[in-house]
Design a protein around this ligand. Structure first.
Ligand SMILES: *Cc1c(COP(=O)(O)O)cnc(C)c1O
Length: 465
C-alpha cells in the first residue's frame, strides 16, 4: 500500500510542497515561508499531523466528513466497485446500477417532489449545472428571455466561472472578471453586522423584500431563479432571522421563479434533518448537494430536481450538458454506503435530538466571554462574532480578520481546528462527534478565546472601529 511518504520528515515535505504545489485559496508566499501543516491520517473526529499532534477537527475537513474519518465500509465498497465496474459513462443512453440506485435513494430522501437527480463532480459544477438547467427550463417553456439568476452578496456557491458568479464574494469577482452576464445580487440577512437599529425580525423581512425589489428592477419576465444557501456557510455561518425564508418563499411563489437551495453544506444531516430546506421550511425546485453526499471520501455532487423541472428538461430536445464523471460508479457506490451509515446508525436523529442540543447549550454560553458578541448554531454548524464592544455590535478598528486570524492560530496551537471568516469563528464538526468530544472542543475553544483576548489586549487591538 502506498502511504505516500508518511515517513519523510516534516521539513522535507514542506519544502517539496512549497516547490511544486499551488494551493487553493492561499497566499502562496506566506504559506511557503511558514510551511504547510501536513495531515497524515485521521480517525473519527481526530486528525494526526506529521509531527504526531492529535487535532480535533471542528470543521469536518471542509464541512464534508459527516460520518467521520476512517470508516472501513466506505473503503470496502470503493474497492469492490472498482473491481466490478470502475467506470462507465451515463451519456448516450447507458446507465449502471450504482448511479441508478443512488438516484432512487436521493429521490426517496429528498423532500416534496424533488425526485430526479443530475450528477456532478462537485458543488461548483453542480451550480454550473443548475445555471444551465434553469435557463434550459425557461427556454423549453418558450420564455428564453427569462435567464437572470438572483443570488446574494457574501453567498458562496463554488469557484468555477458560473458558481463564483452566483457567489457574492467580491474578492473572487475582482480576480476573474466576474460575474458572467445574467447574474444579479442582493444583500445578505446578516443581522449582527448589518441589522442596524432594526430587530432581527424586521431585518429578516427587509432583506427578503430586496428580492422582490430586484425582480421588479430587472423585470419579472426576465428572472429565471433565485439561489441561496439555507444557512450561509463560507460567508461565516450566518443563520438568517426566522422571518427571512418564509418571505423569500412567498416572493419566489408570487413571481413564479424557480428556487434553488444550495445544500452543499446543509445537506445530509448538518442541520439535524436530511436537508437544511426541511429545517428552515423551504420548498426548493432544485437542491445542489455535494460534500456530505460522500462524506468527502471521494468527490461527487448531485443536483436534486423537482418533477416539474425534470419533466420539462426530459420533454424537450437533448439537454446539451454533462460531465465525463456524472454518476461515477465508484463515487455513487461510496455515496450509497455513506447514506446507509447515516440512516442505519441514526446519526442525523442523534444530531437533532442529542448532540446538537448539547453543543448548542455549550456554544451559546460563549456569549459570556468578553470577546464574543453573538453565538449561534443550528445542528452542527455554528459561529461566534468576535467584537471589541458587544452592546453596539462593534467591529474592530483593525483590518477585518486580524483578530479572527489570531484566534484561529490559538485554536491550532491548542489542537483544535476552528476556521475564521473575517472576525467570525465557525465550526462544523463531523456529525458523529460525541458529547465527550464536544466538551473537549468547548474547553479548547474557550482556552483559545482567553489567549486571543490576552494577545488582543497586549497588542492594543481591543478598539472599536
Ligand atoms: C463548498 C461549497 C460549494 C462548492 O463545492 P465544491 O465541491 O468546492 O466545488 C458550493 N456551495 C456551497 C454552499 C459550498 O459550501
Amino acid at each position: 500500500m502506498a502511504m505516500y511518504d508518511n515517513h519523510r520528515p516534516t521539513a522535507e515535505l514542506q519544502a517539496l510542497d512549497a516547490a511544486h504545489h499551488l494551493h487553493p485559496f492561499t497566499d502562496g508566499d506566506a504559506l511557503n515561508r511558514k510551511g504547510a501543516r501536513i495531515i497524515t491520517r485521521a480517525k473519527g473526529v481526530w486528525l494526526t499531523d506529521s509531527d504526531g499532534h492529535q487535532i480535533l477537527d471542528g470543521m469536518a475537513g471542509l464541512w464534508c466528513v459527516n460520518v467521520g474519518y476512517g470508516r472501513e465500509e466506505l473503503a470496502r465498497v470503493a474497492s469492490e466497485q472498482m473491481l466490478q465496474l470502475p467506470f462507465y459513462n451515463t451519456f448516450f443512453q447507458t446507465s449502471h446500477p450504482p448511479a441508478i440506485a443512488l438516484a432512487a435513494k436521493l429521490a426517496q430522501l429528498a423532500p416534496g417532489d424533488l425526485d430526479h437527480v443530475f450528477f456532478n463532480g462537485s458543488g461548483s459544477d453542480g451550480n454550473d449545472t443548475n445555471i444551465r438547467m434553469v435557463r434550459r427550463y425557461w427556454q423549453a417553456l418558450g420564455q428564453p428571455e427569462r435567464s437572470v439568476i438572483i443570488s446574494r452578496w457574501n453567498g458562496y456557491h463554488g469557484s468555477t466561472m458560473g458558481a463564483a458568479s452566483l457567489g457574492g464574494m467580491k474578492g473572487m469577482h475582482e480576480q476573474g472578471g466576474l460575474p458572467i452576464p445574467g447574474i444579479a445580487h442582493i444583500d445578505q440577512p446578516d443581522w449582527w453586522s448589518e441589522g442596524g437599529e432594526m430587530s432581527p425580525e424586521e431585518f429578516g423581512l427587509a432583506r427578503a423584500r430586496l428580492l422582490a425589489d430586484k425582480i421588479e428592477e430587472i423585470g419579472p419576465s426576465k428572472v429565471a431563479a433565485f439561489i441561496a444557501e439555507p444557512i450561509q456557510g463560507a460567508g461565516g455561518v450566518i443563520i438568517p432571522p426566522e422571518t427571512y425564508w418564509p418571505e423569500i418563499q412567498r416572493i419566489c411563489d408570487a413571481y413564479g421563479i424557480l428556487l434553488i437551495a444550495d445544500e452543499v453544506i446543509t445537506g445530509f444531516g448538518r442541520t439535524g434533518n436530511w436537508f437544511g430546506s426541511q429545517t428552515l421550511g423551504i420548498r426548493p425546485d432544485i437542491m445542489t448537494t455535494a460534500k456530505g453526499l460522500t462524506s468527502g471520501y471521494v468527490p461527487m455532487g448531485a443536483s436534486i430536481v423537482s418533477r416539474k423541472v425534470a419533466e420539462v428538461i426530459n420533454g424537450s430536445d437533448e439537454f446539451a450538458h454533462g460531465y465525463t464523471y456524472s454518476g461515477h460508479p465508484v463515487a455513487a457506490a461510496v455515496a450509497l454506503e455513506n447514506l446507509r451509515i447515516l440512516e442505519e446508525e441514526h446519526i442525523i436523529t442523534r444530531v437533532r435530538e442529542v448532540t446538537g442540543p448539547y453543543l448548542k447549550a455549550a456554544w451559546e454560553q460563549l456569549t459570556e466571554h468578553p470577546l464574543v458578541g453573538e453565538a449561534r448554531i443550528t445542528g452542527m454548524m455554528g459561529s461566534i462574532a468576535l467584537t471589541p464592544h458587544k452592546a453596539s455590535r462593534a467591529k474592530f478598528a483593525a483590518k477585518a480578520g486580524t483578530v479572527g486570524l489570531i484566534c484561529r492560530e490559538r485554536c491550532f496551537a491548542n489542537n483544535l481546528v476552528m476556521r475564521h471568516v473575517g472576525d467570525r469563528m465557525i465550526i462544523s464538526p463531523p456529525l458523529v462527534i460525541t458529547e465527550e468530544e464536544i466538551s473537549l472542543l468547548m474547553t479548547r475553544a474557550r482556552l483559545a478565546l482567553d489567549q486571543t483576548l490576552d494577545i488582543v489586549r497586549a497588542e492594543g487591538l481591543l478598539v472599536a472601529a
